[in-house]
Design a protein around this ligand. Structure first.
Ligand SMILES: O=C(CO)COP(=O)(O)O
Length: 256
């Protein structure tokens, strides 16, 4: 069975104090839980503090973005090596806010993905359709384009260090969650894409997370779908109680 993932994307939220307190509370809760992989992605300035607070627990940390160049005159950017330097195991790439607010293209996301994987930094690659794309029955087409674009040149071996996150844009921060059927259908499409573009083993072992208004009260149902291997959580990851509830749901399913 694929190990379930509970990943918190804090986006541009928290303060130094609240980030540290949240990380400490979660570290106390998670301790050395090995049945679920818990990943926290705080804002860049708080990564080091969060890393310190979770030391001694099994929680991993990740960046919310990175740049593909290794160093140089790229004001405001953060390299893969810098993330690794401060103890990140993961980076979120292709988040819909990067795509639709910052204008990142599949080609940009691909360069970052390749750069991260070359250095051994794990990638949580986000894909997902806009509401108008879903309404025009273009969901699978969009997912296919984003998978092909994002993973261009990525080998089956490198893909072992990739988690896919299906995040329908219309479900992010809206309180509207994809139904279990909608989530499962998109995840099934993504797994089939992995089978045809890589192989059955890769498709079987790659984790595909759902993201979009995941809360403690819908997490268990979503994660119990055969092709949903965990959650990438925004708003509900900002409180230890609610993210803790989502972690509990994942632990319960893993042990069940
Ligand atoms: O974008 C998300 C995680 O990356 C989801 O955000 P919400 O859980 O706030 O909908």
């Amino acid at each position: 069975m694929r190990k379930l993932v509970a990943a918190g994307n804090w986006k541009m939220n928290t303060t130094l104090d609240s980030a540290g307190a949240l990380a400490s509370d979660l570290a106390k809760k998670v301790q050395q839980e090995s049945s679920v992989e818990v990943i926290l992605c705080p804002p860049f300035p708080y990564l080091t503090t969060v890393k310190e607070k979770v030391s001694g627990s099994s929680i991993k940390i990740g960046g919310q973005n990175c740049y593909h160049e290794t160093e140089g005159a790229f004001t405001g950017e953060t390299s893969v090596g810098m993330l690794q330097d401060i103890g990140c195991d993961w980076v979120i790439l292709g988040h819909s806010e990067r795509r639709h607010v910052m204008g990142e293209t599949d080609a940009d996301i691909n360069k970052k993905t390749v750069a991260a994987l070359e250095k051994g930094l794990g990638v949580i690659l986000c894909v997902g359709e806009l509401l108008e794309e879903r309404q025009a029955n273009k969901t699978n087409e969009v997912l296919q384009t984003q998978m092909e674009g994002g993973l261009s040149g990525v080998s089956a071996e490198a893909l072992k260090n990739v988690i896919i996150a299906y995040e329908p844009v219309w479900a992010i921060g809206t309180g509207v969650t994809a139904s279990t059927e909608e989530a499962e259908s998109a995840h099934d499409f993504l797994r089939k894409w992995l089978t045809s573009n890589y192989n059955a083993d890769v498709a079987e072992s790659t984790r595909i997370l759902y993201g979009g208004s995941v809360k403690p009260d819908n997490a268990e149902e979503l994660m119990s779908q055969p092709n949903v291997d965990g959650a990438l959580v925004g708003g509900a990851s900002l409180k230890a109680d609610s993210f803790g509830g989502i972690i509990d749901a994942a632990v319960k399913l893993s042990q069940g």
